[in-house]
Design a protein around this ligand. Structure first.
Ligand code: SF4
Length: 297
């Protein structure tokens, strides 16, 4: 789990007064259930908040949105990751310096909305087609959603430079370090694995990005939320299984997946030893009918 998510969970769990988190603090159901079980409320709309304190998630929020919340007489607690704050400052500086802001990311992602809601004029791009639809501007200032793969970001920056040779293009790299490290490690892992398991919430952007990255380097990649999603037939032919996880996946979920796999491999081993042993016995005793029941633990 990255430090931004860990700190946000810690802040939510250590409030003395009742608190409501606005939106998902993290995109992970296991973590959200743990928070709910400890009395933390989670709401999507500020109109549904019934506590005096409202927490902004690690993904951040726009100044406009926070002003609206304060306007309702509620206290705002910010769990915004410092690296998301950094991205907000970078974009504000690009605008101050006269650049037209272009954000590389998902238009409807909460982090991107947090950045763009304070801007009057901007573009959000995620694909080559989005870049093809951009209008020419004298100056483009580009930043990225913190969890975008850096390769995609650099590719789209290069496309914008090619498409607008007369424009000045300034790129500020706002992809966060934990995302970059995870992506690089995932590529190495995928290259060495027959099967890769990516663990993370169904709505976690960085988990889905990890799935896509691993899929470019390994033919069999599965996205699971917990150990219960694992299927034995995925590993029938596998000699090496890689495990990676999104930045909001709790350690206990990763450990449970690893334990399931180790149990499964041990079972396969015992089964193989049993079959080999049975063949050897068959050769010695043509009519041996003894069987041993083998079950995964
Ligand atoms: Fe912060 Fe990066 Fe973690 Fe997002 S993924 S909370 S930006 S460290």
């Amino acid at each position: 789990m990255c430090f931004g998510v860990r700190d946000a969970i810690h802040l939510a769990l250590n409030q003395t007064a009742p608190v409501t988190i606005l939106g998902d603090l993290v995109h992970n159901e296991t973590v959200l259930n743990q928070l709910r079980s400890q009395g933390v409320k989670i709401e999507r709309q500020v109109a549904d908040v019934a506590t005096p304190n409202v927490m902004i998630s690690a993904h951040g929020a726009s100044e406009r949105a926070m002003e609206q919340i304060r306007g309702r007489g509620l206290n705002v607690l910010e769990a915004t990751c410092p690296l998301v704050h950094y991205a907000h400052r970078v974009v504000a500086r690009l605008v101050e310096d006269g650049f037209h802001p272009v954000i590389i990311g998902k238009r409807d992602h909460v982090e991107v909305r947090g950045v763009t809601e304070d801007l009057n004029d901007y573009d959000v791009v995620l694909t080559e087609e989005d870049v093809a639809n951009l209008k020419e501007r004298p100056r483009f200032g580009i930043a990225a959603q913190t969890t975008q793969p850096i390769d995609r970001v650099r590719h789209l920056v290069a496309l914008i430079e090619q498409k607008f040779p007369r424009s000045e293009v300034r790129f500020s790299d706002t992809v966060c370090q934990p995302t970059k490290q995870r992506q690089t490690a995932a590529i190495e892992l995928a290259q060495q694995s027959d099967v890769v398991i990516v663990i993370g919430g169904a709505h976690s952007n960085n988990t889905r990005e990890l799935v896509q990255t691993c899929s470019r380097h390994c033919a069999q990649v599965y996205h699971v939320q917990t150990a219960e999603d694992l299927r034995p037939d995925w590993f029938a032919e596998a000699k090496a299984v890689g495990i990676t996880a999104g930045t909001s996946t709790p350690e206990c979920t990763i450990e449970a997946v690893e334990a399931w796999l180790r149990d499964f491999l041990e079972f396969q081993d015992r089964l193989a030893r049993h079959v080999n042993g049975a063949h050897a016995t068959d050769r010695r005793q043509e009519h041996n009918t003894e069987t041993t029941e083998l079950k995964p633990r």
